[in-house]
Design a protein. Structure first.
Length: 285
């Protein structure tokens, strides 16, 4: 679904009706798929005809209506599981197949899909993982899920024409300080407590490593249809955050000066601005 760059510093990388949702959730909690679980899900459905599910699903000597619903419930659940596993390969590798299956099972019970797009099914996975105490062996997994989910959202995010270096050069230097710029609408800035960008980079290189515990902002952006991510230091994270909130370059420069020194600010701003232009993460406001 998305591509990841090989650069060391910038890696790249119709809703079901109530009956099907309840049947899927019930069946997913028990892979052996006993009829009792499906029956419980069906019993919770308030819009069935008075004669029950057999009025909607044909039965025969081979399969009851409940068993037929169970087949489709299993198929729907495993379709979602496969799609989510494809979008969260690092999380899958870190916690393992069984734990990932259990994570997705519990998540879909609490957050049954409500939109036609299968991509929307995992929107709240990080929130659910953060409230799942049994994932305590992987305290960084919520940040990892947030990063992998951001890759999806940035890939599918809105487009805009980034500010180019040529356009900046056409702006008189004396007007730079008041230049109104904004962040590309597709970018995301994640405030993470763990260096999950390193874990994701390790996976891209066919290695598996636990991240360091180090608070850091991670920028996720799209360039030429590729999704990229990189960690930002505190100054750049704050500066780009100001750009996202609509501050002009003068305000950004003044804030950077408070973090460093007045003499160091021009060089630092030049490096950050050059990188933002190269990454295509800023637009003219």
């Amino acid at each position: 679904m998305r591509e990841r760059s090989g650069r060391q510093d910038v890696p790249q990388r119709s809703g079901p009706n109530g009956l099907a949702r309840r049947a899927s959730a019930a069946n997913a909690t028990n892979e052996s798929g006993g009829g009792a679980e499906i029956a419980g899900g069906v019993a919770a459905e308030k819009r069935l005809p008075s004669s029950g599910i057999s009025a909607m699903i044909r039965e025969d000597s081979r399969l009851s209506a409940i068993e037929r619903v169970g087949i489709y419930a299993d198929m729907y659940f495993y379709s979602l599981l496969d799609a989510i596993r494809e979008d969260f390969p690092a999380t899958f590798r870190v916690i393992g197949a069984v734990n990932f299956h259990n994570l997705v099972t519990g998540y879909l019970v609490e957050y049954p899909p409500a939109r036609p797009s299968i991509t929307e099914a995992s929107r709240h996975l990080a929130e659910f993982a953060g409230n799942s105490q049994w994932l305590g062996n992987w305290p960084f997994v919520t940040d990892l899920i947030r990063l992998e989910r951001a890759l999806i959202e940035v890939f599918l995010g809105p487009d805009a024409e980034p500010l180019g270096l040529d356009e900046l050069h056409r702006t008189p230097p004396q007007e730079w300080s008041s230049l109104r710029i904004g962040a590309h609408p597709a970018i995301q800035l994640l405030d993470c407590g763990w260096r999950v960008d390193e874990s994701l980079r390790a996976l891209d290189q066919e290695r598996l490593s636990a991240p360091r515990r180090e608070p850091r902002s991670i920028l996720v952006f799209r360039k030429n249809c590729d999704v990229n991510y990189r960690a930002l230091d505190d100054i750049e994270g704050k500066a780009l955050g100001m750009v996202r909130h609509g501050d002009d370059l003068k305000a950004v420069c003044e804030e950077v000066a408070t973090e460093t020194s007045e003499s160091a600010t021009p060089g630092l701003m030049n490096r950050m601005l050059s990188r933002w232009l190269a990454d295509g993460v800023i637009v003219r406001a």
